[in-house]
Design a binder for this molecule. Structure first.
Ligand code: ATP
Ligand code: MG
Length: 188
């Protein structure tokens, strides 16, 4: 089983991804987390990525390909994958299709975590106090939202037309949202 989690910054993708992976024994691919590891390591990729992330833009697909390839190399023979933060634009969606073909796998379902914009700001501001991410500030968030609307939202239509999209409200109790997601997965 291979799942994709789609949603705006602050939707709770990471939180739900951890719960889903634990329950269904999936390998968690979070391109955001992997990029933050590169940044902490001050690697060549990390240095390049930090500048772009702090501008609220998407890092180049070249960098993403690099990160994705090493993830799949390190997670061979997994019983399934949960993709969190990837794909984020149409080019990456095509890349994912190619990758699935190579692995002789399929995307089982794309779960859209739906959260209204008014909640996102509060969440990002409170997370910035806990985690201290340099892109979690009001100014960068506005740019991240703009990037999401322009580059990532088209994927919602794309996967809907393929019959793969399931929408879940990302507002409310974490465990309640999680139950809604589990219901969808159990019916796949
Ligand atoms: P949240 O962590 O609340 O889900 P988010 O989705 O904005 O918010 P991450 O997925 O951690 O956060 O990504 C942080 C940043 O890393 C993005 O704003 C972007 O610059 C970069 N990034 C992550 N994944 C990709 C990707 N697939 N393609 C391009 N850039 C990416
Ligand atoms: Mg995240």
């Amino acid at each position: 089983m291979n799942l994709v989690l789609l949603g705006p910054p602050g939707a709770g993708k990471g939180t739900q991804a951890n719960l889903i992976c634990e329950k269904y024994k999936l390998s968690h691919l979070s391109t955001g987390d992997l990029l933050r590891i590169e940044i902490a390591d001050k690697s060549e990729i990390g240095v390049k990525a930090k500048k772009i992330i702090d501008e609220g833009k998407l890092v180049s697909n070249d960098i993403i390909i690099n990160v994705i390839k090493s993830f799949f190399n390190n997670n061979k023979n997994s019983s399934g994958y949960l993709l969190d933060g990837f794909p984020r634009n149409t080019e990456q969606a095509k890349l994912l299709n190619k990758l699935m073909l190579e692995l002789e796998e399929k995307i089982s379902c794309v779960i859209q975590l739906d959260v209204e914009e008014k909640h996102l700001k509060e969440r990002i501001i409170s997370r910035s106090k806990e985690e201290g991410r340099s892109d979690d500030n009001e100014e960068t968030l506005l740019k991240r939202l703009e990037t999401y609307f322009h580059e990532t939202m088209p994927l919602i239509k794309y996967y809907d037309e393929l019959g793969l999209l399931k929408k879940v409200s990302g507002v409310g109790e974490i465990m309640h949202i999680n139950q809604s997601i589990n219901l969808i997965i159990d019916h796949l």
